[in-house]
Design a protein around this ligand. Sequence first.
Ligand SMILES: [Zn+2]
Ligand SMILES: [Zn+2]
Length: 287
Amino acid sequence: MAFHLQMFRSGSSGNCSLLTVGSTRLLIDAGIGPRSLAKELAVLGLNVRDLTAAVFTHSHSDHLRANTMLALAREGVPMYMNEGTLQGARRREGRGDLERLPAGMVRHFDAERPFELKGLQLTAFQVDHGAPGPDNHAGDPVGFVMTDGRDTFGYCTDIGHVTLNTLMHLKAADLLVFECNHDIEMARLCARPWNVKQWILGDYGHLNNVQCATALAQLFEGREGVGVVLAHLSEQCNTVGMARETTREALAEVCEAVVGVATRHSASQPWVLDGGRARPLELEVPC
Ligand SMILES: [Zn+2]
Ligand SMILES: [Zn+2]
């Protein structure tokens, strides 16, 4: 069964994607408001109630919004996250919308333990982001791999650095959404408070273009037909051209991949993954 990916938003203003495999429609993160979500789904001829489930990577507000969770719960859409991420969201929201969620709508998964949603097997794996330790303001951040036994999709943004465990999980991906957040020099020179810059550049912040390109080259060496969507680009500290060029240079020598870039304020170009080959619906320049 082909995988269809439609990313609605990507970046620090909001993250939300829809993965469709047959009749399974999975929302990945809900960091946009309920009206924006309803509008994007309507473009595809869908309602919120048509979603099979929503899964969450972590509790930062650009990935998880309590009012959108409430809207999902009202339409009977179950939401999956780990315990740490629910706690992180509660710490942020206090006694807000999250307290009004009907019982049973939030369900838990554990990292490294595969779970199934209507024919799709998902595995979450831990990533370093936010802050170390139990009071992490990001909750308990994860990336995902999802497979139907034939094709494999990977989703991994908001990571401070790439670990061996991350590489191990994402190696199977035929289509991968991967963070390409900033250019190091632009991040060092931008007009942000020093502590924010330190965090972004640190091991619990965001992945820079070179880290992203290096990891992708390791992941996809010798592969053909794979697709990569560079995601969560910083508005102030990156450009589409720089992100794409750094990645293309690293991949050109080692694999045959198609590289796309997710857009920040509007829906991105959709992708299809079928029989191990990924392609955007309007082809971009292959590298
Ligand atoms: Zn984010
Ligand atoms: Zn985050």
